[in-house]
Design a protein around this ligand. Sequence first.
Ligand code: ADP
Length: 355
Amino acid sequence: MISIEQLTKVYGHGAHATVVLDRLDFRVDAGEIFAVVGPSGAGKSTLAQCVNLLERPTSGSVLVNGENLSRLGERQLRAARRRIGTIFQSDGLYSRRTAAQNVALPLEYLGVTSAEAKRRVAELLDRVGLSDRAGHYPHQLSGGQRQRVGIARALALRPQVLLSDEATSGLDPESTASIVSLLKELRDDLDLSILFITHEMDTVLQVADAVARLDHGHIVESGRIVDLLRDPASALGRALRPARPHAAPQHGETHWFLSYTSAAVPADWVLRLASELDAPVSVLGASIETVAGQTVGHASIGVRAVDPVRLVAAARQLGLDARPVPDRPDAAVPAISVDAAVPTAESSPALERVA
Ligand code: ADP
């Protein structure tokens, strides 16, 4: 487990002081991938350097399994660094060394016997699916394969925490997907805490269990991915949703945006909604997927001559938040309030019948 407590980093002094990280707090449990996402200049690299102990925080702590690593002296620090495996955007492999020799490097520094190192390297290359590339040099490997060698090297000293610093940035979508699935395997098989730092929102949705958005050195929003996706008021949830083009509503139809706010949305909700409203429902666009084993999604629909309050209430009974889509794309989307007596998705007898 890794805990970041009130982590602050200030560069410069006095009038020239710049607060780059301002009292960050978050925790990455064992067996969890926690993403930190943010634009350029947000403080992501500085956070990565504080976590892998290349920079000392100005104040606050980095704890791995309860031990405060930010207070250690130089000698203890070197030992502590082994507990954190880091993978970088640039794979950092030695071009004159084979994949196996690159993975062996940290073991050599540690003075592990060559027989033991050989056994461990074979195990690590197998772990990342590159047993058949052991003798290849970096230039003979694809970008994704080089990154896998980097991951094997980061795992060589059996770290408890893996820090991924823009490790998939610049990779093609296929290589990114393969690194994402490898990280999830490592999370599950080795029970690692993985801190995944990136500027790519798409990758966050694929890889992370939870996420924090960093902006100007502050965490502006954070939460579990599924919860954020189900919260219509969450800006981070909206940013995580893949933008999908949708068709225009037919003449006479009003345009609505529906999002899943509950785990119990029935798969045949379109039919149920139409039947409840006694009106046809046109699906204009939709994205429904499974994230962390749970269904999340949103849809754009057109309906004809229906009382808005009735529609919002009927949608809510099915576990959906419904908002009218404004005619102009830059207008704010209003939420229509429904009588408080309307049952929520969780308490609805209609839904209990479904379940
Ligand atoms: P990101 O990785 O999100 O792009 P960085 O951590 O690289 O952000 O930088 C965050 C801010 O900190 C930037 O405004 C940058 O100019 C500043 N910064 C980074 N390193 C230093 C440094 N060594 N001295 C002074 N300012 C720095």
